[in-house]
Design a binder for this molecule. Structure first.
Ligand code: FES
Ligand code: FES
Length: 170
């Protein structure tokens, strides 16, 4: 089996029924997808599989052999954040960061599909993503800002190191 993750193709050595989440985190050491409920209910493990948000905890790797996977690490880097990551930083949309990667992948797909800054549409796009820190207002504000194409001066936002690492927390 092989997977292309964030543009790099990997031969996968895990057993075929290993979850995509475990392959990413344990075999490939890509740790932005988080193991929350591991039952499909929280969204923390969400990645893009061929561009579509998918729960990595419910996906057997054999079922997506040859697929292209995008994680938060594939959106931008701490030195070169994507517009969505900049928006999350500017709006302080990450607290502990545990849900952030999954939220961000769902939001990325929403924006890629032409999503607007409509609050209800964003809520619908992020439905099923649970933030235990309950920071939903700021998350929706960040996605709306990215949808509008707002630009941000992150030097005035003064993000902490953790905030700069949006979506890439261990
Ligand atoms: S860890 Fe996959 S949905 Fe919660
Ligand atoms: S920021 Fe902590 S769970 Fe969402």
């Amino acid at each position: 089996m092989n997977l292309t993750v964030n543009g790099v193709t990997h031969e996968i050595e895990s057993w075929p029924l290993t979850t995509l989440l475990d392959v990413l985190r344990e075999e490939l050491e890509i740790t932005s997808p988080k193991a929350g409920c591991e039952q499909g209910g929280c969204g923390a493990c969400t990645v893009l599989v061929d561009g579509t948000p998918q729960r990595a905890c419910l996906t057997a790797v054999a079922a997506i052999d040859g697929a292209s996977i995008t994680t938060a690490e594939g959106l931008g880097t701490p030195d070169d954040l994507s517009p969505l990551q900049q928006a999350f930083t500017h709006h302080y949309a990450a607290q502990c960061g545990f849900c952030t990667s999954g939220m961000m992948m769902a939001a990325h797909a929403y924006l890629d599909g032409g999503g607007t800054d409509d609050r209800h549409a964003i809520q619908e796009a992020l439905a099923g993503h649970v933030c235990r820190c309950t920071g939903y207002v700021k998350i929706i504000a960040a996605v709306a800002a990215a949808a509008r194409g707002d630009s941000f001066d992150l030097t005035t936002t003064a993000p902490s190191a953790g905030m700069v690492n949006v979506g890439g927390v261990k």
